[in-house]
Design a protein. Structure first.
Length: 127
């Protein structure tokens, strides 16, 4: 795989999109943004991202529902980083999706360096 890594951010909060643009501006990533699960799935299939940063709770869908609509093969070639304003015990992922999850972060992100490093590791895993 060559060229810039593709990172898809699926979150219904514009402020989160701005945060990722600012955090990853100096990196050589192609960034794609969706504000809901349906648009995120369309972008996923069009762009075939290396990494998906996925909000657990969005209007109209959950991160778990988003992941359920992807095949095992699609999840094998893409690292999913789940983000949520809720604590881990409050999220309800299927057993399959728990196994497929690369990392989980709670909002707000106090450890931006760790989040950025996790995205970098996720990209390297898929290259």
């Amino acid at each position: 795989m060559s060229g810039e890594a593709k990172v898809l951010i699926v979150d219904d909060e514009e402020v989160i999109h701005k945060l990722f643009k600012k955090m990853l501006v100096s990196e050589s990533y192609q960034l794609f943004f969706a504000t809901n699960g349906e648009d995120g799935l369309a972008l996923f299939h069009q762009q075939k991202p290396d990494v998906v940063v996925l909000d657990y709770r969005m209007l109209g869908a959950t991160g778990d529902e988003f992941m359920e609509r992807l095949s095992d093969m699609e999840l094998a070639r893409t690292s999913v980083i789940m983000i949520s304003g809720h604590a881990v015990p409050d999220i309800d992922l299927s057993e399959r999706n728990q196994r497929k999850l690369f990392a989980y972060f709670e909002k707000p992100f106090f450890e931006m360096g760790k989040l950025k490093e996790t995205i970098e590791r996720a990209v390297q895993r898929n290259r």
